[in-house]
Design a protein around this ligand. Sequence first.
Ligand SMILES: [Zn+2]
Length: 140
Amino acid sequence: MSDSTIRIRTGLPPVTEDPDTRGFFEAAAQGRLVIAACELCQRIIHLPSSFCAECGRHSVSWRDVAPRGTLHSWTVVEHQVHPDFPVPYTCVLVELDELPGVRLLGHLDGRPELRIGMPMVVEFVEVGGVTIPDWVPAQG
Ligand SMILES: [Zn+2]
């Protein structure tokens, strides 16, 4: 099975083809969590784009951020819609500690015990040749 077939089947992102998100996945492959920001006005651009809506420039770069956040919300998926995603699983929405208001999605197997505001940390996971920053509850 080719990489592109795996990506289509699993919904993996087009890592090298998309200029708006390529840097995010390249950093993840190096074990870094990054968020797009305008080099001129410093505005955070999330969801990432190669264009800053604040100042109208195309001077966007990737800023390293601490891979820690707090659980903003979650939902448990009970209805299976794709054979590659067995249920139950839990989608988490995590707000970055360093950038309040910036939230990223993650995936947990099953129905874990969770609570709003609990500390979460990034765990880099490789799926089909793509490294994805995922979120897990912080230990301790
Ligand atoms: Zn700007």
